[in-house]
Design a protein around this ligand. Structure first.
Ligand SMILES: [Zn+2]
Length: 81
């Protein structure tokens, strides 16, 4: 099963992007500029440490809407939009 987005660590947050990943890779190569779901253009990173960066809250919210998942409850409380 595939979702219409790919998670990508970039600029000290984990973002999600709908840009196509260059095949045959399953994730973006580093040092690429991609359009994240939060509306930012981000410069990708790779490796173990970047995957531990915190999730971009805007990308998190958008991907949950896309897959129909409930919002996370452990996020900080600034959800009043
Ligand atoms: Zn983002």
């Amino acid at each position: 099963m595939s979702h219409p987005f790919t998670w990508v660590p970039a600029e000290e947050q984990r973002h999600a992007s709908r840009d196509p990943v260059p095949p045959p890779a399953l994730e973006f190569p580093p040092e690429l500029t991609v359009s994240a779901l939060c509306g930012r253009e981000v410069f990708t990173a790779t490796g173990d440490i970047p995957w531990l960066w915190p999730t971009c809250p805007d990308c998190d919210r958008t991907t949950r809407e896309l897959v129909g998942a409930p919002p996370r409850h452990d996020a900080d409380e600034g959800d009043a939009r």
